[in-house]
Design a protein around this ligand. Structure first.
Ligand SMILES: Nc1ncnc2c1ncn2[C@@H]1O[C@H](COP(=O)(O)OP(=O)(O)OP(=O)(O)O)[C@@H](O)[C@H]1O
Length: 254
């Protein structure tokens, strides 16, 4: 197994942001992590990437316990993440931003610069290499965020809502990029609210609600799971999910 999250709990004072949550990601897969706002998804990502130490539980990468390793060490071991709030180095151009990531595995500047160019091509930014990062559109920044993570040559890539803020045609354009990343051998775990993308991309989906893992399975099965529909009901998402799952969830409504 590529990644195993075992019984992870994260407390912030009295608040239990993640509550005894477990998940596994198999090598070569695209696995989804969904759930209502505030469910604990981003906190779980921070724990997997080593930005936070869990109150309880363990993280295994290829069977090795990495719970005590710092983010820097985990990046070297092959874990990369993108951030929900995209913050490129505004004073640097696109090429330089990507090169920063490439320095993790390439000490020689010429090699890092070349690696960055190759990654830019992969995500469709080759025409924008000389542009300042600050001048990119939202969709361009999302691609840059992907590129910066990919430049570290990860084994597993954690995507935190890379599609948020994009319009439907921009989403259609970036889905093949995500698929091609997987095809190049990178395993993906993605937090995503855009259900159409989850249905399109993920083989396996986990659902987190109020810190607890309430369901797992194929996207179709999970979206028809009454407990999942229930978790979303407050936000009015249940109907949308049922429709996208094929419109047959009505009979399952408790
Ligand atoms: N550093 C922190 N200190 C205190 N509480 C926190 C901290 N970080 C997150 N939380 C709380 O933990 C809970 C889970 O937050 P988290 O951001 O992980 O959820 P999420 O599922 O990623 O939500 P969203 O979809 O809105 O990004 C929330 O109640 C949040 O307010």
């Amino acid at each position: 197994m590529m990644l195993e999250v075992k019984k992870v709990t994260m407390r912030f004072g009295g608040l239990v942001a993640v509550d005894n949550a477990s998940l596994t990601v198999s090598q070569g897969s695209i696995t989804g992590l969904i759930g209502p706002n505030g469910a604990g998804k981003t906190t779980l990502f921070a724990i997997i990437a080593g930005f936070r130490k869990p109150s309880e539980g363990t993280i295994l990468l290829h069977g090795k316990d990495i719970t005590g390793e710092h983010a820097h060490k985990r990046a070297a071991s092959g874990i990369a993440r993108t951030f929900q709030i995209v913050q490129p180095f505004a004073g640097l151009n696109v090429h330089e931003n990507i090169t920063v990531g490439a320095y993790l595995r390439h000490m020689k500047p010429a090699e890092a610069i070349e690696k960055a160019r190759e990654v830019a091509r992969k995500v469709g930014l080759e025409k924008d290499l000389e542009k300042s990062a600050a001048s990119l559109t939202v969709a361009g920044r999302k691609r840059l965020e992907l590129a910066r993570a990919l430049a570290t040559e990860p084994k597993i890539l954690l995507l935190d809502e890379v599609l948020a803020g994009l319009n439907p045609s921009e989403i259609r354009d970036i889905i093949p990029v995500i698929r091609s990343i997987r095809e190049s051998g990178v395993t993906i775990l993605m937090i995503e609210h855009v259900m159409q993308a989850v249905m399109n991309l993920c083989e396996q989906v986990y659902v987190l609600a109020q810190g607890r893992m309430i369901a797992e399975g194929t996207p179709g099965a999970v979206c028809n799971d009454p407990s999942v529909i229930e978790a979303y009901l407050g936000k009015g998402s249940a109907d949308r999910i049922a429709r996208q799952a094929g419109g047959n969830a009505g009979g399952d409504h408790a």
